[in-house]
Ligand binder design. Sequence first.
Ligand code: GLU
Length: 445
Amino acid sequence: MATIELQSFMDEVRSKSPHEPEFQQAVEEVAETLIPIINEDSRYREARLLQRLVEPDRTVMFRVTWEDDSGEIHVNRGYRVQFNNAIGPYKGGLRFHPSVTLSVLKFLGFEQILKNSLTGLPMGGGKGGSDFDPKGKSDREVMRFCQAFMTELQRHIGEDTDVPAGDIGVGAREIGYLFGQYRRICNRHAGVLTGKGLTYGGSVGRTEATGYGAVYFAREMYARRGESLDGKRCLVSGSGNVALYAAQKLIQLGANVVSLSDSGGTVHAPEGLTEKQLEELRQLKEEQRGRLSSYNSSGVEYLDGKTPWGLDADAAFPCATQNEIGGEDAQTMLSNGVGLVSEGANMPSTAEAVHAFRAKHILFGPGKAANAGGVAVSGLEQAQNAQRLSWSREEVDERLQRIMHDIHTKCMDNGASGDDADYVKGANVAGFRKVAEAMLAFGAI
Ligand code: GLU
């Protein structure tokens, strides 16, 4: 059977999914690194594994009707993309944000297949969400939306079928409302969602896991070069769950966190945020749901309308959203001395930015490896739910550190040649191989 050629493969993906730029971007990055592997192995080629991998098992789209506090009716669109369950039940977050489209959820679901595989845990890939915007909504409105959303979603999920969790716009509050509605409708208290509260089946350490994991991954990348995070000036973007806990772990490990950001601008602390300042910022964002522009503290300035990418630093932790680092940003970061990027968000670097980082051979940890800690601890939450036990914080953190270490090793085994480490290739190839072998075992389905 003929070998696959990147351009014609991508032409086919683009013609089948013409209005899905984020999905096309995610597929192209993966295809670039996987095609040589597939072309070397006739089993993969003959089974048309790559062609099958880019087509979701199924996509559910549904109407979500809800009533606001003044009695007005609103209609949003809900989605669940069940992408691939070769190695375990579908697993991946729910995103509530006005930018959510089928393209965004397909890119996220596709990335999730390889990310979940890298964790070594039995989880397939999926993603879901809605174009609903929780910003500015009352708790009651968010509750009614979540209840309406789960009224449809419940028929598609299950602890052995599909296990959603949080993502942008879906945190502890939303998971609580979603799980409450699931219980009410199905009369089952089962591990069908992760990121649950600690009183009703959640795991300690899940909230912190994505941010901590991105820092543990950075520590592994530095360690390979005989360096550490101690004293490193780190840019962190975002100020949600991932960013806040990446910043916390960086401070604990002796690094200086010089920025956090939101959609309005950037908080800049040239000497590094203190633990106290970080806690104030956490309260402002998580509890008061406020804006960074309202934060005042000594040694901290607010850069209105700016991202962190123009600031001097040694390392960067993009933890906000997709495509937040453009090609020019990447060039600026490289000339400002950034030598490590660990992606806490999913696909925060554009294709141009990724090419710029890889061309300079800096330590570049792509999201599917660097931010896998979140879904990994979700997998540990599933394991605890199945056992009907709760593990200690130490046990969960120790397992998370081991998983991030193992992901790093898998990236090296599949992406290192001599001194050079290509984490993009390593993550894609290692994640793919496990899924591919499972798909081959099942035959042509
Ligand atoms: N949304 C997170 C991610 O992008 C977590 C998914 C999960 O825990 O299922 O990996």
